[in-house]
Design a binder for this molecule. Structure first.
Ligand code: JD8
Length: 387
């Protein structure tokens, strides 16, 4: 693989000389070249930026140096069609899947911007000389694209065939099987009063593998429910729209799940406990209702409906329920993610309510990005999240 990096701060990419990419180069797996963009300027000040058309703060990177750089780097028509990666906060999220995809390319060219960004015509032009990918490292703002190019290069190069001593180890990694890493330990078996989990000292490989999987599922459910495919949480879990045949179980599950709410909020009237079967039939037909089923039983559900406000459409989420015996597996967080994803395109916010005394629920909602918005009525708190 050949990788070219275009930047006005070439020293920023010096770490690529070290560690992984350094070894890949030694193994002849990687031809890595870092270029100072200013070599394609022709004025005394080697200018790469100018003021933005339309006004506004900051400076924009001029197109000419980029055009000249691409001309120089891509002049060999017989060369492999390059994938030109613009690292940008407005790009598609970088993931292990994208890393695997890029690792299959023969040639990558990283265009690292600075200032307020690169003149858009550079990206439009680049599409005529290669495949253009706009990729973001994550939802936070950096001062330039170099850090992202560094990270993406490391994630890609380590996937190059022949690079990892034991390619098997790749398969077990986070994001490779959709789960986060399980906790790892090494000697000594006891350290400052902390013991290594006994199963890891047992030599029972089946139990060790089961423990590691259980830990990985638990961590993923708690920290990254968005990564959790339903079937990971419960072997044969199915999530789908409610059907008439579910409503009896839905009524029963609702009554079971709101017992805890009544205990946590003794002075609060709980509508869910006051509803009849007919009431549940009515809202199951009116609202967008998802149910989760496993092993032939209804194990969870959630409903939502759109509400027009003066600040756009709100997606009112409610009746999020998980069978009490299945708490702690991330089912609630997964259902919350699913119902959010089902919101209409014009929804601008999510809104839900829970008991002021339902601290476990509130913790889960806050972890999911919701903010407390005070008491909607005595003993009931309102939480919202911008979409
Ligand atoms: C490229 C210029 C700075 C960004 C005004 C601050 C990636 N995940 C990511 N966060 N930030 C970047 C990134 C930031 C960049 C450039 C990538 C070029 N900036 C700009 C817009 C707001 N300044 C990134 N990948």
């Amino acid at each position: 693989m050949r990788i070219d990096v275009l930047t006005i701060f070439p020293d920023y990419l010096a770490p690529l000389e070290l560690s992984l990419p350094g070894k890949a180069r030694a193994k002849g797996l990687l031809d890595l070249r870092v270029h100072d963009l200013r070599q394609w300027t022709h004025d005394r000040h080697r200018t790469v930026d100018d003021t933005p058309y339309g006004g506004g703060a900051g400076m924009v990177m001029r197109p000419e140096p980029w055009g000249a750089a691409f001309d120089a780097l891509l002049e060999a028509p017989e060369g492999a069609r390059p994938t030109i990666v613009f690292t940008t906060p407005s790009g598609a999220p970088f993931t292990q899947e994208v890393a695997r995809e890029l690792a299959g390319r023969e040639r990558l060219v990283f265009a690292c911007g600075r200032y307020e960004g690169i003149d858009q015509r550079v990206l439009d032009h680049a599409a005529s000389v290669g495949e253009v990918r706009e990729i973001s490292l994550g939802d936070y703002v950096l001062n330039g694209g170099e850090v992202a190019a560094l990270a993406i290069t490391e994630a890609v190069v380590r996937l190059l065939p022949g690079f990892m001593g034991n390619p098997e180890s790749l398969a077990e990694e986070s994001h490779e099987d959709g789960l986060l890493e399980y906790p790892v330990y090494t000697k000594p078996a006891a350290w400052r009063g902390h013991e290594v989990p006994p199963v890891l000292l047992s030599g029972d490989h089946a139990s060790i593998a089961a423990w590691r999987r259980e830990q990985a599922v638990r961590r993923t459910a708690e920290r990254r429910p968005d990564l959790v495919h339903a079937s990971v949480l419960l072997d044969d879990l199915e999530v789908r729209l409610v059907q008439p045949g579910d409503v009896g179980e839905l009524y029963t599950l609702q009554r079971a799940c709101w017992v805890q709410e009544a205990q946590d909020n003794p002075d609060v009237e709980i509508p869910a406990l006051g509803e009849s079967l007919e009431d549940v039939v009515a809202w199951a037909a009116r609202d967008h209702v998802l149910v989760a089923r496993s092993a032939g039983r209804l194990v969870g559900a959630v409903r939502a409906r759109a509400r027009t406000t003066d600040r756009g459409t709100a997606w009112d989420i409610g009746r999020l329920m998980v069978a009490p015996d299945l708490h702690g597996r991330g089912l609630g967080r997964m259902l919350l993610g699913r119902i959010e994803a089902a919101a209409p395109a014009d929804a601008t916010s999510y809104e839900l309510f829970t008991g002021a005394g339902s601290l476990r629920n509130q913790r889960m909602y806050k972890k999911a990005g919701y903010r407390l918005r005070g008491e909607a009525e005595p003993g009931v708190v309102r939480l919202t999240k911008r979409r």
